[in-house]
Design a protein around this ligand. Structure first.
Ligand SMILES: Nc1ncnc2c1ncn2[C@@H]1O[C@H](COP(=O)(O)OP(=O)(O)OP(=O)(O)O)[C@@H](O)[C@H]1O
Ligand SMILES: [Mg+2]
Length: 240
């Protein structure tokens, strides 16, 4: 693990109108790591990623990317500093082709030749997207849409890819394919911050984990230790 975090969050607070949903969230992701956030519905996981990608402005606290305060920098500057967000629900441009959806992820880049080379790399990681390149995003299956959303994230050449709900609603085979792809993407040097309903799968994939509960971090540590924690097992795996 490198000594300088890619993303470092200090005492982050967020609210929707008058309703506060995040309290004092502190979290770090180091280069090359896979970190997961687990927690029940409404715990504030998506809100946290929306803050970290600049979609909502935190009410208090701050976060740095490569040591620089980016908590009020906005989505484009955050993407440009190497942090990409694959949102909950995938949010593809339904009428746009798969290829154009992928290219949208590179909209801030001006290195055209490299962009096209990266597009080929995405097709190599997800061959089905190459077969579907001219099909519109809205006609893809759930698993294919998630591949396309992750591919779009990678097209921004991030050093940290933040994914909200990797496997929600997908069949086991698709989840397996996506998990393998994430391992490959991570091996190529991209850190991953993952939100995942399937707690067991997330803890198996990640190096470290944070447990969110009602807007707070209630536990954090090495994934293997979190997976053994009796309270975590009872709450999220239905077993002791
Ligand atoms: N746009 C919004 N306006 C008002 N309240 C919101 C909004 N989005 C989320 N909330 C509230 O903020 C809290 C945290 O929601 P969030 O979506 O971050 O949770 P989550 O951990 O991602 O849940 P899930 O596992 O169901 O996706 C919830 O109480 C939710 O109702
Ligand atoms: Mg969510």
């Amino acid at each position: 693990m490198s000594s300088k975090p890619k993303l470092a969050v200090q005492a982050l607070q967020a609210s929707y109108g008058d309703v506060q949903v995040l309290w004092d969230i502190s979290l770090e992701v180091f280069p090359g790591e896979i970190v997961c956030i687990v927690g029940s519905n409404g715990a504030g996981k998506s809100t946290f990623l929306r803050c970290a990608s600049g979609l909502i402005v935190p009410r208090g606290g701050s976060f740095t990317i490569d040591g620089k305060d980016m908590s009020r920098a906005g989505p484009a500057a955050i993407l440009q500093s190497g942090v990409a967000h694959v949102p909950e629900g995938r949010r593809l441009f339904q009428a746009m082709s798969v290829r154009d959806n992928l290219l949208m992820g590179a909209y801030l880049r001006d290195d055209k030749t490299e962009v096209l080379r990266d597009l080929e790399k995405i097709y190599e990681i997800f061959p089905i997207l190459a077969d579907r390149r001219n099909q519109s995003g809205g006609t893809l299956s759930g698993g294919e849409q998630q591949m396309c959303a992750i591919g779009r994230g990678i097209m921004g050449r991030p050093e940290l890819l933040m994914i909200d709900e990797l496997s929600l609603g997908l069949a086991p085979r698709a989840v397996e394919l996506l998990t393998d792809a994430l391992r490959r993407i991570n091996k190529a040097g991209v850190a991953i911050l993952l939100i995942e309903q399937d707690v067991m799968n997330a803890l198996e994939l990640a190096d470290r984990a944070y447990v969110f509960d009602r807007g707070r971090v209630v536990k954090s540590g090495i994934s293997a230790d979190i997976a053994k924690d009796p309270a975590v097992r009872e709450a999220y795996m239905g077993a002791l």
